[in-house]
Design a protein around this ligand. Sequence first.
Ligand code: AMP
Length: 260
Amino acid sequence: MIETPLYSIRMRAAQGGPHEEGGLHISGAERIGLFQDLQTIAAELLGKSLSHTRGEADYVQIVVEKLDTHTLQKVLPLSVSTHHVSDWQQGREKAAELLSVSGISRQAIYSGLEILKSAGNLRGAAILDGRTGKRLDDRGERGIRASRMDWDSASFTRWAQDHGSLGSIRIREALALATKVVYSPFTMAELCWSDDPDYVTGYVASLEHGYQRINHLKEWGDPAGGRVFFVHPETDLDDYIQYLEKTPIWIGGGLYESSR
Ligand code: AMP
């Protein structure tokens, strides 16, 4: 158990007013930090919200909450691999192949790809049954936002030293998110490509095969993107959402250093 108090710091930014009043989603982020790091993290998140290629935010919300560290789980980050393809069509074929290896049906893969292709304002993830492809959550464009996960900073510094060019803030955040998502026994796999028009790399993640990057999953300039969490048909949706939104997950947490 961790005795030092930890805090969840979450940011969401929109253009044209708050999301719930119809604003366009610009960016979001979730971090965990020590009391003495809160001001730095809040400033980093404000910086991210005000300089996004999706546009200028006119609504930014930052929420800080003390965590119940009794429920905190320390886990190792997923392993990372990269598949190189020459265009987004090949990238989507590769994503379909990787999802299929994780047991996702053709119908569910099709549904997941269709959701992301047309997701212009999704600010969380859509949860899909990995067999039928039916969307299970009822959150619409809001989706489900996984939160309360982050790297222990020392573990990330060490991990970044071991992984060269992968040590960016974008991969830091996405790998923390994917690690949390696939550690749930309900998750079969996750599919993601960004809604950032200037970032075309995406990934498929699963517990068995890790975080599998695909260098080209959408056309340059396309603002559509998001995340799909494919789950087992017997998933208890309330438990799953509770885990995604509330259970604090500390990536590394001293485990990474000792696993090297
Ligand atoms: P990003 O990786 O920040 O470019 O986010 C791309 C899309 O992924 C967002 O528009 C959301 O639809 C989804 N997303 C981002 N962060 C989360 C999260 N914490 N939980 C669930 N979905 C997310």
